[in-house]
Design a protein around this ligand. Structure first.
Ligand code: ARG
Length: 598
């Protein structure tokens, strides 16, 4: 089942071929002038150029062949040789029936499903999440859902940052503050070999008191001290190396950090409608590192450099010199790039992905280029299988990455609370949800908040930065998430009312211009999905959702539904059902859920 554009492209290709012209020029696209036509083909111009003929003559010959196509109401030639196509009401009606009956709402499956891993979110132990993590989570979740909807086998992995220098900083800071913790770390460290199962099950009581609030308080202080004081930094590096060597005290204290952080993170992500299939961390590949390092050395890729071991990745013809990958630091520690390289190997062994998509802040572009090149050199992936999808930042009014009024990092949890508060306010202002039970109202406010944040982000091409503006994001008017939810809820309530009156959908019979426009918009869903998929740009789906609700809105204003005579009413109800399903599907891909009422 294909959309009209594809069907008409095939007809045009056949017409070009029948005239002995190359069919690759035949592509049909939505018309630039919707007032004149639904679709157009500009192929005659290119074909004429190649054949050294008059483009209008070629267009006329192609048009003549297309004339008899039952799907077309008219075929006209315009300008230097454009072919303008207007689809018949009957063909539109038939296509609408098809979409209405399709559980996939007109979205096709990829011809060959692939295995794709999406690495997104990327939260860290103790370091608060910043706006980069927010965008990564929103965009990554949408890409995961889009790929899955189109039929790929997709795994989303949070790639928890839990094995780097910040761990050493924290171990030091917690020990400095709490003598009992320090003594326990030392006591356990002295017990050189603990049985492996103790290392994963032992939870020393003194460590149990270390809370997320402690880490939140201590981390910024420790990070600042580490920047100023080389001795403090060296100790943190040493402690990181001890952790990575799995000294029991350091390791078990670190497990407590990871545990309390993860509980809070899962709560925040859940509130944002972001769900990972895997919560693997950098630490999970630690066991692979020694053999990986040995293998890199065997392959002649590892070079000694001032006490550290590196892989050089610069290539001839590089415009800029790329630094090498630091595999083992002079303290003997694994670095950010080391765990990333080992993770590529781990994913290859466990999942054999055809593609790995890293949804991470554009500022890490070089890091990924370096890691990917090392992975290709080591044979852990084939050139092109690893892809970094960067994005711009969410900025404050000053044009710099968003900060709180106090100048700090905005915590995701605070952002969600703040948006929820605003959503409640907005709902009440609009007279929505007032009479609903408390719990339902809260659920709606949560959905409006998520829709506001996600749509504000996803309506932009991911490379573009945008300004955080809670008032605008939460408005029920304009191109916003709450507007789309409101439109979807309006259709739901119309359909409930129809059901109450015993009115049911029936075959679509398109007659009015607003009906034509709505069906053409419904038909454009698959093209939006393909564009979003190919460019890894969910904004194409966001754009479609917005266009669809606008088109429905016009239809709703121009075409009475429940008061129409039965056959017309049945046709329009089917259009409303198809719209709702497609709109909910598009929003679901964006990670936005629609309440039943509002
Ligand atoms: N934890 C990292 C950060 O906060 C992001 C992780 C991204 N993914 C990866 N495979 N490196 O910057």
């Amino acid at each position: 089942m294909s959309d009209l554009k594809t069907g008409l492209s095939e007809a045009a290709a056949a017409a070009f071929a029948a005239l002995g012209l190359p069919a690759d020029n035949a592509r049909v696209t939505p018309s630039d002038r919707p007032d004149l036509a639904d679709f157009q083909s500009n192929g005659a111009l290119a074909a004429a150029k190649r054949a050294g003929k008059n483009p209008r003559e070629i267009a006329a010959a192609v048009a003549e062949k297309l004339q008899g196509d039952p799907r077309l109401a008219s075929v006209e030639i315009a300008g230097p040789g454009f072919i303008n196509l207007k689809v018949s009401d009957a063909a539109l009606s038939q296509r609408a029936d098809q979409i209405a009956a399709d559980p996939r709402a007109g979205g096709e499956l990829v011809p060959e499903p692939r295995k794709v891993l999406v690495d997104y979110g990327g939260p860290n132990v103790a370091k608060p999440m910043h706006v980069g993590h927010l965008r990564s989570s929103i965009i990554g979740e949408a890409i995961k859902r889009l790929y899955r909807f189109r039929g790929d086998v997709v795994i989303g992995d949070a790639h928890f940052g839990d094995w780097g220098y910040q761990m050493g900083l924290l171990i030091g800071a917690v020990c400095d503050e709490d003598e009992a913790v320090r003594a326990e770390v030392e006591r356990l460290n002295a017990a050189a070999d603990l049985p492996a199962e103790w290392m994963t099950s032992l939870e020393p009581e003194v460590f149990g008191k270390v809370s997320l609030a402690d880490l939140d308080r201590l981390y910024p202080q420790a990070a600042a001290k580490g920047k100023e004081d080389p001795a403090y930094r060296d100790r943190a590096r040493k402690l990181t190396a001890e952790l990575q060597a799995k000294k029991p005290g350091a390791y078990l204290l670190w497990r407590q950090f990871a545990k309390v952080t993860r509980v809070a993170l899962e709560r925040d992500f859940h509130a944002l409608g972001v769900d990972f299939d895997l919560w693997k961390g950098e630490s999970d590949v630690d066991d692979l590192i020694p053999s990986m390092v040995a293998e890199l050395a065997d392959k002649g890729l590892l070079v000694e450099d001032a006490g550290a071991r590196i892989v050089r990745v610069a290539r001839e013809g590089d415009k800029r010199e790329l630094p090498p990958l630091l595999v083992v630091s002079s303290e003997g520690s694994a670095m950010y790039g080391t765990t990333d390289l080992a993770t590529i190997l781990d994913r290859k062994n466990s999942f054999h992905p055809d593609q790995v998509i890293y949804c991470v802040d554009q500022r890490q572009a070089d890091h990924f280029e370096i890691v990917f090149r090392a992975a290709y050199l080591a044979g852990y992936a084939q050139e092109g299988q690893l892809e970094h999808i960067g994005f711009g930042t969410m900025n404050g009014p000053d044009g710099k990455p968003f900060k709180t009024r106090e100048g700090g990092v905005l915590k995701l949890n605070d952002l969600i609370q703040m948006t929820r508060d605003k959503a409640r306010e907005r709902l009440l202002e609009a007279g929505l949800g007032e009479n609903l039970p408390e719990a339902e109202f809260e659920d709606i406010a949560g959905k409006v908040a998520v829709a506001a944040l996600k749509f504000a982000d996803l309506q932009n091409f991911r490379g573009t930065s945008y300004v955080f503006d809670l008032d605008r994001f939460t408005s029920f008017e304009g191109k916003t998430g709450p507007y789309l939810l409101y439109q979807a809820v309006r259709v739901k309530s119309l359909l409930r009312k129809a059901e109450g009156e015993g009115a049911v959908g029936g075959p679509v019979a398109v007659t009015e211009p607003a009906e034509r426009d709505l069906v053409l918009t419904l038909d454009a869903f698959d093209a939006a999905l393909v564009e979003a998929y190919d460019k890894k740009a969910p904004n194409a789906v966001a754009e479609h959702a917005y266009r669809l609700s606008q088109s429905f809105s016009k239809f709703y204003a121009a075409c009475p539904i429940l008061s129409a005579e039965p056959a017309v009413r049945a046709s329009r109800l089917t259009l409303a059902q198809a719209t709702l399903r497609q709109l909910e599907q598009a929003l679901d891909i964006l990670g936005i859920a629609v309440p039943d009422r509002m």
